[in-house]
Design a protein around this ligand. Structure first.
Ligand SMILES: [Zn+2]
Length: 176
């Protein structure tokens, strides 16, 4: 069953109401992750609890599901399980951010409402590796060997193609 989440939320209002949002967000809505995804079909489960702790409006919650990332070695699909806890303090000013308890990340609010997906994207971008790769050696082995061979063959016959001699030339130019 697909539980629709609101596209925009007012975190301060929701904190006052002690609101709970549960639902699913389509991966295709997560624009800031688009480059990392091999496939944007599917959804993530989102659970957000809003409340105030003293003067601090806060959001706690959970993201769960799986992403199909692009492996940075072979560009094939890489299934990446998502199981992330969210713990955010809503802040409007620098001094509020400074007073934020250590265990909270800051959610900066510049206007009354924010896209809900911002929270999901922020959390995922923090949690995901910069260069996701398969755990196994997923290089195209044939290509890899050929590349190594051609480097070795180039060295004695055509020294100008040797990347190290190009570097040396550049360095000489720099010295002049
Ligand atoms: Zn790979």
């Amino acid at each position: 069953m697909l539980l629709r989440l609101p596209e925009y939320i007012d975190p301060l209002y929701l904190a006052d109401k002690r609101a709970v949002l549960k639902g699913q967000i389509p991966l295709s809505h997560l624009d800031r992750l688009a480059d990392m995804l091999h496939d944007d079909a599917g959804f993530l489960d989102v659970e957000l609890f809003f409340e105030r702790e003293g003067p601090l409006p806060k959001i706690e919650g959970h993201l769960e599901g799986a992403l199909e990332l692009k492996c940075q070695n072979c560009l094939a699909a890489l299934s990446w399980p998502v199981d992330s806890k969210i713990k955010l303090g809503v802040v409007l000013t620098l001094s509020q951010a400074d007073r934020l308890p250590e265990e909270y990340d800051a959610l900066w609010i510049e206007s009354e409402t924010i896209p809900l997906k911002t929270i999901v994207e922020d959390e995922l971008l923090l949690a995901l590796p910069a260069f996701p790769k398969h755990a196994h050696a997923c290089f195209n082995q044939g290509q890899n060997v050929n590349k190594a061979d051609s480097l070795v063959n180039d060295e004695p016959s055509s020294p100008t193609k040797n990347p190290f001699s190009i570097l040396a030339n550049l360095k000489n130019i720099g010295d002049l």
